[in-house]
Ligand binder design. Structure first.
Ligand SMILES: [Zn+2]
Length: 130
């Protein structure tokens, strides 16, 4: 879809910090991460909402594969998935959490301090190779 930022990322017109991909889905680091390792998982084919994605189950299975990589690379205490839809192209947020689940807020309210380009590249590579 024209003027869709995630379609442009999928098409390679806008760069991203890629952590995983297959024929149908792409996972990359959120540039405004709520925690270290916050990833977005998008379908390559445009869909407005997560529930509009064809092969909904397959999409979530891919997200789980990404989550396993995050777990291996970053050893979070737990991992959170959420969907919202502010950007109008389906995306699943996967957020590694580093505080005990019992005392964690429902979701982190503010982005962490931005990492440098170099740190983002290193982090993406570390997750990708896990
Ligand atoms: Zn799109």
């Amino acid at each position: 879809m024209e003027d869709c930022i995630f379609c442009k990322i999928v098409a390679g017109e806008i760069p991203c910090y890629k952590v995983a991909e297959n024929n149908n889905y792409l996972a990359f680091l959120d540039v405004n991460p709520l925690t270290k390792g916050h990833v977005l998982v998008v379908p390559k084919k445009h869909a407005r909402w997560v529930h509009d994605v064809e092969n909904f189950g397959e999409y979530w299975v891919f997200a789980k594969e990404v989550e396993k990589k995050l777990e291996a690379a970053l050893q979070p205490t737990w991992t959170q998935y959420f969907t919202q839809g502010v950007v109008p192209h389906a995306h699943i947020h996967i957020i590694p959490r580093y505080t005990p689940v019992e005392s964690s807020e429902a979701y982190p309210k503010k982005p962490i301090e931005k990492l440098s380009t170099e740190e983002m590249l290193r982090l993406a590579e570390r997750i990708a190779q896990s």
